[in-house]
Design a protein around this ligand. Structure first.
Ligand SMILES: Nc1ncnc2c1ncn2[C@@H]1O[C@H](COP(=O)(O)OP(=O)(O)OP(=O)(O)O)[C@@H](O)[C@H]1O
Ligand SMILES: [Mg+2]
Length: 260
């Protein structure tokens, strides 16, 4: 389970970044007082437009950055004070895979297994399951420099899951993937959910939110503007589809005055 309690995060912009973005302020608040719980056996989706604060929230949960305020509890452990223990229990998947071009799928998988302190036999058992699930066996001995982006994506997912984490966090799971690869990823996320894992994803794609997520937090300008099941959000707004519901909530969120 993941408990996010009133987290906020403000970045300080460098001069170069301010000039690039045409920003007037040195500070940019990415996440404002965000709270939500994600439970085992569900896929929780953060749905929001570009710059809404999705990635920042996921990076806070994964202990890559610290929120300025608030608290995050992962599987009962405080991410702020015990980040090492939290990292053992979760994985963060993103689309920007950085692997050394000279290593094969097999080598990298075993290498990351050892980094997690796993025994060879456990690594082999996980390899069997994950290479099967993502069709990696066919290219187990191919170097990453010779892999397509879809192959690399599959491999990076398998590597992230080597330690069988209880909590799986995926930033934009289907971005840049063809329909077949995307389906193998979403199918596997459902399988993880059905096996009692806590899955949290971010997306700006309505169909992903609707088809994959059990519950959604609509995040806009750093705030959770609405939360519920996809069906519940439709009911809440009286909209005919999630697109319309999203715009309805977006319009209303614009009416909330800024405290800054
Ligand atoms: N390291 C950083 N330094 C400065 N500003 C940042 C940093 N990371 C994010 N931001 C800013 O915080 C806001 C939220 O960014 P974030 O990446 O969390 O959004 P997102 O919802 O993931 O967007 P996208 O859909 O484009 O991925 C944006 O205005 C972004 O420019
Ligand atoms: Mg993002």
């Amino acid at each position: 389970m993941v408990e996010v309690k009133n987290i906020s995060k403000t970045f300080r912009l460098g001069k170069k970044q301010m000039a690039l973005d045409g920003a007037k302020s040195k500070f940019r608040t990415a996440v404002r007082n965000v709270s939500f719980n994600a439970f085992p056996g569900e896929i929780y989706g953060l749905l929001g437009p570009n710059g809404a604060g999705k990635t920042t929230t996921l990076r806070c949960i994964s202990t890559l950055i610290k929120p300025d305020e608030g608290e995050i509890i992962v599987e009962g452990i405080n991410a702020g004070t015990d980040s090492r223990e939290v990292r053992k229990r979760l994985c963060l998947l993103t689309n920007d895979l950085k692997t050394d071009p000279n290593f094969t799928a097999d080598y990298l998988f075993r290498f990351f297994g050892r980094l997690h302190g796993m025994a060879q036999s456990d690594i082999s058992a996980r390899r069997e399951i994950l290479f099967d699930a993502f069709g990696i066996k066919e290219f187990a001995n191919v170097k990453t420099s010779d892999m397509s982006s879809g192959m690399k994506q599959k491999l990076s997912i398998a590597i992230s899951l080597v330690h069988d984490p209880r909590v799986v966090i995926f930033d934009e799971p289907t971005n840049g993937l063809d329909i077949i690869t995307a389906r193998s990823v979403t199918d596997y996320l459902k399988e993880l959910r059905d096996n009692g894992r806590t899955v949290i994803i971010s997306t700006h794609i309505m169909t992903v939110a609707e088809k994959l997520c059990d519950r959604l937090g609509l995040i806009m300008e750093g705030r959770i503007a609405a939360e519920g099941t996809p069906g519940g959000i439709l009911e809440m707004t009286g909209a005919k589809d999630l697109d319309d519901a999203f715009f309805d909530i977006y319009r209303k969120s614009k009416e909330v005055p800024d405290e800054e």
